[in-house]
Design a protein around this ligand. Structure first.
Ligand code: ATP
Length: 324
């Protein structure tokens, strides 16, 4: 029976703007999502996903992380289920799928951990079943599972609009160093973050489709995109933005405090919360500076619950590392 091992990288948001809703006066899009303009960036911190064909006709998921479910609510499971539904003949031919998730990405952290696992399963099953799907076909399938899944397939650096599934690749940003901070026991629910934002700031949403399209297009010529094209890490760091900080930071004082500690360290180019949090990241020009700041933050916040990672930007999404 054939098997594949895949690397499934996490992402950070260099930019996240909630620009409105496209539903003509309703408070959300008809599908319940908000209209976003984001810049997503793959990072080296990754899970490893192993997929293999099994002789029984079912889907099995194993995971080394106690908080991650292994039933039908796991996004990796749902990705396999989707492939079974879409390609019943291949399923009949090759049988069931066993998925092993070696989780290194913090869970419910704003780092797209579940989404990147789902993307890896789509890529892995495409290979197992010799389907020959194109990247855009994989992204389209991914979009039915979650907004961040399409980006996770190809990864790198991209503008994401709509609910995050409409992607425009940007020149890739290699080797900007990053420190990530995440309190192990602190999880932020993504639906809670958006709901709270809507309740507090929904009055400022753009509700007209033409203006919404214009705003989404404007992101393409925005200052941070120019900085990315110029590969100017300092300028990118100055232009980081995340609307969800407005609701998550006041509700989670430890996260706010961690962000302030990061911002006050020497060598930090810029700092921001990723996605719906609670992970905070800081950008650096060198790995040495990042390692140094990790040590300083560890000394400044004497809390064993705080996990700190040094990582960096990478130029790829799901990558096959071995096949047997
Ligand atoms: P995003 O940045 O896309 O909003 P996230 O990083 O905030 O995602 P995840 O790590 O994907 O959040 O986890 C969100 C929830 O999804 C968790 O509470 C977890 O129980 C559940 N979950 C389901 N499948 C997975 C998976 N494969 N990996 C991690 N969490 C999963």
């Amino acid at each position: 029976m054939r098997s594949y091992s895949l690397i499934a990288p996490a992402k950070i948001n260099l930019y996240l703007e909630i620009i409105g809703d496209a539903s003509g006066g309703l408070r959300q899009r008809p599908d319940g999502y908000h209209e976003l303009a984001m810049i997503l960036q793959s990072i080296r911190l990754a899970d490893q996903i192993d997929v293999r064909s099994i002789s029984t006709d079912n889907i099995r998921v194993h995971c080394n992380h106690p908080q991650v479910p292994t039933d039908k609510t796991n996004l990796a499971y749902r990705a396999a289920e989707l492939m079974v539904r879409q390609f019943p003949e291949a399923f009949a031919k090759y049988g069931g799928v066993e998925i092993n998730v070696n989780k290194q990405i913090p869970v419910a952290a704003g780092l797209a951990g579940g989404s990147t696992n789902a993307a890896a399963v789509l890529v892995g099953i495409d290979l197992l079943w010799k389907l020959g799907l194109t990247q855009s076909e994989l992204e389209e399938l991914g979009g039915t599972l979650g907004s961040d899944v399409p980006f996770c397939v190809a990864g790198g650096t991209a503008i994401a609009t709509g609910r995050g599934e409409q992607l425009s690749p940007l020149p890739s940003l290699d080797k900007i160093y990053i420190v990530l901070g995440k309190y192990r026991s602190l999880e932020v629910s993504t639906p809670w973050a958006y709901k709270t934002y809507r309740e507090q700031f929904g009055n400022s949403y753009i509700r007209d489709t033409d203006n919404l399209a214009a705003r989404a297009n404007a992101v393409h010529s925005g200052a941070i995109v120019k900085a990315i094209v110029d590969k100017d890490a300092r300028e990118i760091a100055q232009k980081l933005h995340n609307d969800l900080e407005r609701v998550v930071l006041p509700a989670y004082p430890q996260v706010l405090q961690m962000r302030e500690v990061f911002a006050n360290q020497e060598g930090v180019l810029g700092t921001m919360m990723s996605g719906s949090g609670p992970t905070v990241f800081a950008l650096f020009e060198s790995q040495q500076q990042a390692e140094e700041v990790k040590l300083q933050v560890r000394k400044a916040i004497l809390d064993e619950d705080l996990e700190l990672f040094v990582t960096r930007t990478i130029t790829h999404g799901i990558k096959v590392v071995s096949s047997v």
